[in-house]
Design a binder for this molecule. Structure first.
Ligand code: ADP
Ligand code: ASP
Ligand code: MG
Length: 441
């Protein structure tokens, strides 16, 4: 390894779930002196049915805010750390930290503060175990007065702090707001911190260590033994991550993409597996399959609107979207025909507002028919190779038709990087398996 090479390594919750996993992580870090900056998550599940420390902390906060017994939940989280300290034979103690957190939980701390302590405590532990410096994320990751991530300030301050650091552990998932209060990213947000650190130190690569050997062509909980993706572009990955391929938080792409830093997804439990490389362009690499991957999410609704000659009515679509905009509802997709249009929205965004939406749209555009269809799942078929290959969409639809899956909506992104299909939620798994088998195998 070249002496001045810099790698930022992020380890997810399952990679740090217990002492055995901590030992694997140390071995990985020590095997390469370029692995100088480490971003840990909170301890995750050790087995199926186990509870992540982040959830224990959120549950403690929720119980405390309702005046219920929070201490018994919090003590389970404390014991997770105590167990790791004992099993690794560390001399560090977290007891003073626990006391501070207990005090804050009792006083009524925010959800963000409670959730963030999982990474914070794990960072202190991991830094001690590695002999690395611990840097509190609250002192190097910043949010603005509206609670949005402040990239410029963070990059400036973090870059400056880490410049004088040979090795450091920076906990993932949180930072601080303008009044010093703790603010977290959304769930899975340690991936974002890793990307931010990679950008701040101008890393050569951002390694994201998890519990699978890279990004797979489909969710392994749905397709048995899906093939790994060797190389993928940032854009393809963002499409897949956004649509539920939860391996990497979708917002973790921006900081590294901006700086042109490749991401490498690796498996803590199988470090020699090559994993997935995420890069800006793949011109030099040929993909084995036409599609790169498939991902999907449940929980959408379709607002279906029909009106003869709709396409010649100036401002029709704009008026429909205006209603949603006025009601604070954002939309996901907007497939349309000559006399029909559908607006795909998250079910959670329209819950309880259905009648209001229907009456407001009806009043504004007088449709012939309008209804809201719930229980829709969206599936994204993503691939940079689709643009050059005719008939990909056809193969998707034919295979689904043969399987008896009813397609409720189709939308092909203008980039031709993806095809989005809406199906009924009951058909979700079958549709993903069918598309996978059509293109892979
Ligand atoms: P970490 O705790 O390391 O951040 P996550 O649980 O957030 O890990 O992400 C890894 C998990 O993502 C895998 O264990 C797998 O179940 C799930 N997953 C969903 N879609 C995919 C996919 N396309 N490829 C790989 N894993 C996937
Ligand atoms: N621990 C946080 C969560 O469970 C963040 C993360 O794991 O990335 O969402
Ligand atoms: Mg994750």
């Amino acid at each position: 390894m070249t002496d001045n090479m810099k790698k930022v390594v992020k380890f997810g919750g399952s990679s740090l779930a217990d002492a055995g996993q901590f030992a694997k992580v140390k071995e990985i870090i020590m095997a390469d002196s370029a692995r100088r900056f480490v971003v840990p998550s909170a301890p995750g599940k050790r087995f199926s049915g186990d509870t992540k420390v982040t959830d224990l902390l959120l549950n403690s906060q929720a119980a405390s805010s309702k005046g219920e017994d929070w201490e018994s939940i919090f003590s389970i989280a404390e014991d997770r750390y105590r167990g790791i300290i004992a099993d690794l034979g560390l001399s560090v103690s977290l007891e003073d930290e626990f006391a501070v957190i207990r005090e804050n939980l009792k006083k009524g701390c925010t959800k963000d503060y409670a959730a963030s302590r999982g990474e914070y405590l794990n960072g202190i532990l991991l830094a001690d175990y590695l002999g690395y410096e611990f840097i509190d994320a609250a002192s190097v990751v910043f949010f603005d007065k509206d609670g949005n991530f402040d990239a410029a300030k963070t990059n400036r301050v973090m870059g400056h702090v880490l410049e004088s650091c040979e090795n450091a552990v920076i906990p993932g998932f949180f930072g601080s707001g303008v009044n010093g209060e703790v603010i977290t990213f959304s769930r899975g947000g340690s991936d974002i911190t890793g990307a931010i650190v990679a950008r701040a130190v101008c890393a050569d690569v951002y390694e994201n260590w998890t519990d699978v050997s890279g990004f797979l062509m489909a969710d392994p909980r749905i397709v048995e033994n899906p093939k790994p993706i060797n190389i993928i572009t940032y854009r393809e990955l963002r499409e897949l991550a956004y649509m539920g391929a939860s391996v990497l938080h979708e917002d973790a792409i921006f900081p590294v993409k901006m700086a042109g830093i490749p991401i490498n997804i690796k498996n803590t439990n199988d470090p020699s597996a090559s994993g997935t490389r995420i890069v800006a362009t793949t011109e030099q690499y040929q993909n084995e399959y036409i599609i790169t991957g498939i991902a999907g999410k449940k929980g959408f609704s379709l607002i279906n609107i029909e009106k003869d000659m709709m396409n010649s009515e100036l401002g029709f679509g704009m008026n429909v979207l205006k209603v949603l905009c006025d009601m604070g509802i954002s939309f996901e997709h907007l497939p349309s025909g000559i006399d029909t249009m559908s607006v795909v929205v998250a079910e959670s965004a329209v819950k309880g507002k259905e009648r209001d939406i229907l009456s407001r749209i009806s009043a504004l555009v007088s449709p012939d028919n309008i209804d809201i269809e719930k229980g829709i799942a969206l599936i994204a078929v993503v691939g940079r190779g689709m643009i050059r290959t005719q008939g990909t969409a056809c193969r998707v639809f034919d295979s689904l038709a043969r399987e008896g899956v009813n397609i409720r909506m189709i939308d092909q992104g203008s980039s031709e990087l993806n095809i989005i299909i809406g199906v009924e939620e009951k058909d979700f798994d079958a549709a993903i398996r069918t598309i996978y088998n059509e293109f892979v195998s």
